[in-house]
Design a protein around this ligand. Structure first.
Ligand code: ADP
Ligand code: MG
Length: 266
């Protein structure tokens, strides 16, 4: 794993027609950290990821990844530098089996000729079987991905990202739409990956955050960092409480309703 600062963001502003989705945001993270980023809807969490992956260019400020300024680099070059991003909806090949999905990314990252003209080498098989074990899908390796549950698809996609050995792994609201059991499995997977990867997990679901936040939590609000600290510290910070309680009333009621219907379905 890399050493030192894996990511440094200095005074980044992103304006959309004058509206600042990110506003003079500064952020820094050490290699090897599992950093959780929380914040109410519209806080700028997804834009924060967009600016790291090059999907959106900052209007002002800079993003430094592993000592390198990402200014004006296109998305695919940034990905090749070692930043892997997991989007909210799983992007896996539904008609391929779990193993085939993993084979595809594993061979894409090596010399293509041996796999085009022969059987996968032992090293590749080990990689794929190692990944199947990591994501807990060994028993479903030969099933088409279409037959997986939503949570299993999420884990498969994370496995496909890990196969590309990113130095920094970004996951945006991975627990959205998962059952409690799937959420637990996903939390366990992220915690085990955190032993050998730098990870940023953006999350809205506080229960999930409590499960994975073993280190520092960063709270975003109105495009800036509101505060940072341990889960306990930020949860008890009056500014954080205000920001979360300050959401429109319907939204809180809606979240409560979802919680109740979710709980009663178990
Ligand atoms: P979060 O992920 O925390 O919910 P986002 O980063 O998606 O927040 O959005 C932050 C704010 O920026 C929101 O008010 C959103 O409406 C606005 N925004 C995001 N993307 C765009 C865009 N492409 N054009 C205009 N406004 C945008
Ligand atoms: Mg978002």
């Amino acid at each position: 794993m890399k050493q030192g600062k894996i990511l440094e963001i200095e005074n980044v502003t992103v304006s959309f027609d004058g509206f600042k989705a990110l506003n003079q945001l500064s952020f820094s993270m050490d290699a090897g950290e599992l950093r959780v980023i929380i914040g109410p809807n519209g806080a700028g969490k997804t834009t924060f990821m967009d600016v790291i992956t090059g999907k959106v260019q900052p209007t002002e400020g800079k993003v430094i990844f592993d000592g390198r300024n990402l200014r004006r680099l296109p998305e695919h070059k940034i990905a090749r530098l070692g930043i892997g991003r997991k989007f909210q909806t799983p992007r896996v090949y539904l008609n391929l089996t779990v193993r085939e999905n993993l084979d595809l990314v594993c061979s894409r990252n090596k010399d293509v000729f041996p796999t085009l003209f022969g059987r996968p080498s032992a090293a590749e098989m080990r990689t794929v079987s190692g990944l199947l074990e990591t994501i807990g899908l060994e028993a479903k390796a030969n099933l088409p991905a279409a037959l997986l549950s939503h949570g299993e698809k999420q884990r498969l996609e994370i496995g496909m990202l890990v196969a590309q050995s990113p130095d920094l792994l970004l996951v945006d609201e991975p627990a959205a739409g998962l059952t409690d059991e799937e959420t637990d499995n996903l939390a366990a997977l992220l915690l085990s990956l955190a032993k050998s990867h730098s990870i940023i997990a953006i999350e809205h679901d506080m229960e999930f955050v409590r499960q994975i936040a073993n280190n520092k939590v960063t709270v975003l609000h109105q495009g800036s960092v509101l505060c940072e600290g341990s889960m306990d510290e930020v949860q008890n910070d009056p500014r954080v409480i205000e920001v979360y309680l300050g959401q429109p009333q319907e939204e809180i009621q809606q979240q409560e309703l979802e919680k109740v219907s979710h709980e009663s379905s178990h």
